[in-house]
Design a protein around this ligand. Structure first.
Ligand SMILES: Nc1ncnc2c1ncn2[C@@H]1O[C@H](COP(=O)(O)OP(=O)(O)OP(=O)(O)O)[C@@H](O)[C@H]1O
Ligand SMILES: Nc1ncnc2c1ncn2[C@@H]1O[C@H](COP(=O)(O)OP(=O)(O)OP(=O)(O)O)[C@@H](O)[C@H]1O
Ligand SMILES: [Mg+2]
Ligand SMILES: [Mg+2]
Lengths: 165, 165, 165, 165
């Protein structure tokens, strides 16, 4: 229904502005209906303006800026309708160290509401996990799981028996 | 509601029965290239109702059944179960714990179960309807697809808002 | 033949005149998200003859001209020069060093130069014809496009082989 | 012409088999014409088989395996027709540490023939550079260049004057 969509759209929009500004430490962003007259059919445009830069179309953003902007949108929707769990597959790959830290700090605020499963190769991301699993292929082509104890320096794959049922 | 565990058997590279237990908070999954991390995400999408092989990076649905290695024969069946804690009755079903299972035989036959009782795919997708979970949900951020929400056409972006409404 | 230097002025985020000198061997370019690394790749593609704004992540060709920041006004011109060492006469032109320049004015007017002598775009693309260099060449591996060669349709893959033939 | 294309195709094919096997430390790969009768129009298919796995379509490869496979193809073409320079924009992002080392070792073999410009965030990749440039945006939205001296532990951005012409 129209009222429902409008309410959700406005809530996500408010959240997106706030979260973008927090993740980019400045700047501003917005989501607008392409065709204002026709709320139930209209497409949605995203406008982003990193700190100190001119307002522009999101296609001109860099790889890392786009990823951070998409993360802001995800969290904005999450605040309106948190899904019980969320899977993030190497979402940290395009981020530089500074943006990775900002993403991590933001993610921590959401762990009370939702459960996150993060696939990553980045040691800094692994550090924030409550539990860590390693997928191994000791036998070619055959996936197996081992639980990993993260020592502050290196994840030590605990070759112990994977959790037996 | 939280995602307690996933059990894979014969799904892609998981030829052995493997169980992964999740905790509330953040679970990190690590491992070398090609070891099977994204296959776990495909397994979740499959049980949540993925209908096309392409959504699971295959060309035919049989591509999800373990097709053998140099030392192991192909299997004839793939089976994945997702178990959720439902103590807060988020899923409209009267169980404390809900296990959803999907099976595919090489013959092409499919089977679906909710807490070991046979059901239809429609029953599963309807059960998850209002939770924000689903195959194309914003809560599954696939590998290299972070740009997807930003690059898609304005009309395509509506789906995220409708899902949350 | 080797790529000696690039000079950018008014191209995207390079509002100041910036010169980057390259060496034979490996030159690494680092920096935070959004600082302008991929803009350098766009600048090279532009001088090599890119015809569509979309190849340079813009929607109109003017998107490549510096469009201002909170403290600086937009410029009216973008200019990029690539200088090559041609002592082995790889480029079919009788100079030891070859500098190729492209300019765009906000009015839409374009200018092209080879060693400061005005020429047409066709002269530039013809000069690079047999070198393996070009806008869509296999030698420009763009960000997030590594899958591109693999994901494209079989017919599209021919282009790489024809280029090398 | 047909003879020319056929010769190039067969050369790239031989190279691809060899380089794939070296990069993956085993396994095999091939490129085949979809329509053998019609060499000059036919599309080209790529088949890859990482060590110990079954021969399969490349869509089933993982993110990192795909990247490594595309790199093998790039180098295979390079051997036939080396382009004077090559730009690689964050090609190392999907690779795990082991594959990154293999890629680096392979790349070193090509630096005698061609010049490489690598954009990267990965410190292990920076270590192999002959020269390192940092792009900075001390002034918001304005790109500038500084030369960087890589101390074995951390790249120390040399705030000295960027190379003045
Ligand atoms: N039906 C199948 N039977 C056996 N193996 C399969 C099947 N389908 C896919 N695979 C294997 O799974 C592997 C891909 O796994 P996946 O994409 O999960 O890797 P990953 O851990 O995500 O790696 P990366 O870090 O590179 O993203 C491929 O190497 C492929 O051979
Ligand atoms: N015409 C223009 N005028 C001014 N700035 C521009 C223009 N076009 C693009 N930009 C800016 O350039 C930035 C993108 O730079 P670029 O893509 O090169 O970043 P990058 O260094 O590759 O980052 P990443 O590490 O995230 O890939 C954007 O933030 C955008 O604002
Ligand atoms: Mg993966
Ligand atoms: Mg970039």
């Amino acid at each position: 229904s129209r009222a429902n969509f409008e309410k959700t759209f406005n809530q996500v929009r408010e959240n997106f502005k706030k979260i973008f500004n927090e993740l980019f430490e400045g700047g501003s962003a917005d989501i607008v209906l392409v065709d204002n007259e026709n709320m139930l059919e209209s497409g949605i445009d995203i406008i982003a303006q990193p700190p100190g830069k001119k307002l522009q179309h999101i296609a001109l953003l860099s790889g890392g800026e786009k990823a951070l902007c998409a993360i802001a949108l995800l969290f904005a929707v999450f605040l309106v309708k948190p899904s019980p769990f969320c899977i993030l597959d190497e979402i940290d790959a395009p981020l530089d160290d500074a943006n990775l830290e900002r993403f991590k700090n933001m993610l921590k605020k959401f762990t009370a509401r939702s459960q996150f499963i993060m696939i990553t190769h980045n040691k800094k991301t692994m550090e924030m996990a409550d539990i860590l699993y390693g997928i191994t292929m000791e036998e070619f082509g055959v996936s197996n799981i081992v639980s990993v104890k993260l020592k502050k320096s290196e994840p030590a794959i605990d070759q112990g028996k994977p959790e037996e049922e | 509601m939280f995602f307690k565990r996933i059990e894979l058997f014969g799904f892609k590279s998981f030829v052995n029965r493997v169980t992964i237990k999740f905790q509330p908070g953040i679970t990190a999954v690590i491992g070398p290239n090609g070891c099977g991390k994204t296959n776990i995400v495909d397994a979740v999408k499959w049980v949540l109702g993925a209908q096309s092989a392409k959504q699971l990076r295959g060309s035919r649905m049989e591509d999800i059944i373990f097709n053998g290695t140099s030392d192991r024969k192909a299997l004839g069946l793939a089976e994945v179960s997702l178990t959720f804690d439902n103590s807060q009755q988020m899923l409209p079903i009267d169980f404390q714990e809900v296990t959803v299972t999907r099976r595919l035989f090489r013959s092409g036959e499919s089977e679906y179960f909710i807490n070991k009782a046979a059901c239809r795919l429609k029953d599963i997708t309807e059960m998850f309807m209002d939770t924000g979970l689903g195959v194309d949900a914003y809560s599954l951020m696939e590998q290299n697809k972070i740009d997807f929400i930003l690059n898609s056409k304005p009309e395509e972006r509506r789906a995220i808002f409708e899902e949350a409404a």
